[in-house]
Design a protein around this ligand. Structure first.
Ligand code: ADP
Length: 449
C-alpha cells in the first residue's frame, strides 16, 4: 500500500523568512556590541566616524536581510519530526508488511496511518486517513486502543464475532515512540503511533472444542456398545466357555457392536473436521447434478434392498456451484439414505433439483429429497440437526444410524452458505430441502474467507 502524501509540506518561504524588524530585534545584542566597538574605535583609535557608522550599518543590514540557514533548518527539522510522528516511515512499513497477520498502524488520535496487505484482504474498505473504528468495530478492541493511548502500556485482548460465523480474534496493541520525538518521557504524552496486530484464533478454538466435544459425545455414545462387548467377552470366557454355538452367536453380535462403534467414531471425526473449516468457503467449482446422480447410483443397491425406487427430476444442463465435492456427496448421501431407511413405507423416493432466481440473492439451487414413509411429527423438526438427536432411537440403531447424519449435513451446508429445511407431518412422508447459492467468482470467495 502506498501511503497518502503528507499534508505537512516542506517549510515555506513565509515560515523561514521573518520580517526585517523581527530579525533586527533578534540580533539586537550583536548590534549593541558592534555599536560599542565602533564608539571605542572612534574615541581611542581615531577611526573616522563615517567608517564606523558604515560598518555598523552593514552589520545591521545583513542581520535584517540575509536569510539565516540555522533558523530555516530549525523549522524544517521540527516539521520533519512532526511529519514522522504523523506518517510511518519506510522501515516501519516494510516491517509491518512482512507480518503474516493483519496489522494496523494508527496515530495517537486513532486515525489509521498504514495497514499491511493481510489487513487489506481481511478488512474490506480499510483506508489510511480514516478512523481505525471504521474498520475495527469490536468495542473491547477500541476500548483497549484508548487505554494504550492514555497509559502507553501494551494490551492483549480477545473477543468473539458471531456473524456470519463464530470467529475468535486476539489483538495485541502496542504504543510506538519515534526516536528523537520525546519518547524518553514515555507515558507523559500520546504515543506517536499505535500498532494493532490481529490474529484469528478460530482454528485453535475449534480444535479445542472438537477435542472436548469428541470426549463428551464419544464417551456417552460408545458406552453402550462397549458395555455389550465387555458383557459378551465375559460370557464367552465364563458360562459359554464350552458352548461353540452360543459363542458364534455372541461373536456376530460383538461384530455388529464393533461396527457401530466404528461408524460412531467415523461420524464424530467427520463432523469435527467439517467444523474445523466451517468459516472457509469452498472455492472449487462442482456440478451438483453429477453429484446427485453419483449418489443415486451409489445407493441403488440399498434402494433395491428396501424395495424403493429413486425417481430423479434433474435439469439437463450441469448445475455449477462453488463447493467441496466430497462434502456435497456426504449431504446427498445422508438425505437419500435417510429417505430410503426411514421412508420405507412408501414405494418411491423423489429427488428433484431445480433453479431458483431470487431478486435479492441472485441464482441459487434447490435440492429436494421426498419420501412417502411415516414422516416426522412436527415437534421434532426443529431439533433434527442436533447431534445425536433421533426421533426414534431404536429404529435409528436398527438402521445403523449414529444420530449424527443431519448434524453433518447442517455443518456442510453452513460452510457452503446453504440452508436445510424440512417439511413433514406424521404419516405424510418427509421432504428435506437443501438450498445452495449459485456460482460465485472464486476471487470474491477468497476475499470473503
Ligand atoms: P441417523 O444416523 O440416526 O439416521 P440422522 O441425523 O441422519 O441420524 O437423522 C436423525 C433422525 O431424524 C433419525 O434418527 C430419524 O429419526 C429422523 N429422520 C431423518 N430422516 C428422516 C426421514 N426421511 N423420515 C423420517 N425420519 C427421519
Amino acid at each position: 500500500m502506498t501511503a497518502t502524501p503528507s499534508p505537512l509540506e516542506e517549510p515555506s518561504e513565509a515560515q523561514t523568512a521573518a520580517s526585517p524588524l523581527t530579525r533586527l530585534g533578534e540580533s539586537r545584542w550583536i548590534l549593541v556590541a558592534a555599536a560599542f566597538i565602533a564608539v571605542v574605535a572612534i574615541l581611542l583609535y581615531q577611526v573616522p566616524v563615517w567608517a564606523a557608522a558604515l560598518g555598523v550599518a552593514l552589520l545591521a543590514g545583513s542581520a535584517a536581510f540575509v536569510p539565516r540557514r540555522a533558523a530555516a533548518r530549525r523549522v524544517q527539522l521540527s516539521t520533519q519530526r512532526e511529519r514522522r510522528r504523523m506518517w510511518p516511515g519506510t522501515g516501519m512499513k516494510v516491517t509491518v508488511d512482512a507480518l503474516p497477520t493483519p496489522c494496523f498502524v494508527a496515530d495517537g488520535r486513532g486515525i489509521t496511518r498504514y495497514v499491511n496487505a493481510s489487513a487489506q484482504a481481511a478488512y474490506e474498505g480499510v483506508k489510511p486517513g480514516d478512523p481505525l473504528s471504521f474498520s475495527l468495530r469490536a468495542p473491547s478492541l477500541l476500548e483497549a486502543f484508548d487505554r494504550v493511548c492514555a497509559t502507553a502500556g501494551t494490551e492483549r485482548i480477545s473477543w468473539i464475532e458471531k456473524v456470519p460465523t463464530e470467529t475468535w480474534y486476539e489483538a495485541h496493541i502496542a504504543p510506538i515512540y519515534m526516536p528523537g520525538s520525546g519518547g524518553q518521557e514515555m507515558g507523559t504524552r500520546r504515543p506517536d503511533f499505535i500498532l494493532v496486530v490481529i490474529q484469528d484464533l478460530t482454528e485453535n478454538r475449534r480444535l479445542e472444542r472438537m477435542r472436548t466435544d469428541f470426549v463428551a459425545n464419544a464417551s456417552h455414545e460408545l458406552r453402550t456398545p462397549l458395555a455389550s462387548l465387555t458383557g459378551f467377552i465375559e460370557t464367552i470366557q465364563g458360562p459359554a466357555r464350552n458352548d461353540p454355538e452360543a459363542q458364534d452367536r455372541f461373536l456376530s453380535i460383538m461384530l455388529d457392536q464393533a461396527g457401530r462403534m466404528r461408524r460412531l467414531i467415523d461420524d464424530i471425526l467427520s463432523l469435527s473436521r467439517i467444523e474445523l473449516k466451517a468459516h472457509v468457503r469452498p472455492a472449487n467449482v462442482v456440478d451438483l447434478s453429477e453429484i446427485v446422480r453419483h449418489t443415486a447410483d451409489a445407493l441403488s443397491p440399498l434402494a433395491s434392498e428396501m424395495n424403493v425406487e429413486i425417481r430423479m427430476h434433474m435439469p439437463e444442463e450441469p448445475v455449477r456451484l462453488n463447493g467441496d465435492r466430497d462434502e456435497l456427496i456426504q449431504v446427498t448421501e445422508n438425505l437419500v439414505e435417510n429417505a430410503l431407511k426411514y421412508g420405507n413405507g412408501g414405494k418411491y423416493v423423489d429427488v428433484t433439483l431445480s433453479g431458483l432466481e431470487e431478486a435479492t440473492e441472485g441464482q441459487s439451487w434447490l435440492l429436494e429429497v421426498r419420501d412417502y414413509g411415516e414422516g416426522i411429527p412436527r415437534e421434532h423438526l426443529p431439533r433434527l440437526t442436533e447431534r445425536f438427536y433421533r426421533v426414534d432411537a431404536e429404529s435409528s440403531r436398527a438402521m445403523k444410524g449414529t444420530g449424527l447424519g443431519l448434524a453433518i449435513v447442517k455443518h456442510i451446508l453452513t460452510r457452503h452458505r446453504g440452508r436445510l429445511d424440512v417439511d413433514s407431518e406424521a404419516g405424510q412422508g418427509a421432504t428435506f430441502k437443501v438450498k445452495l447459492p449459485g456460482l460465485e467468482n472464486s476471487e470474491d470467495i477468497s476475499a470473503k474467507n
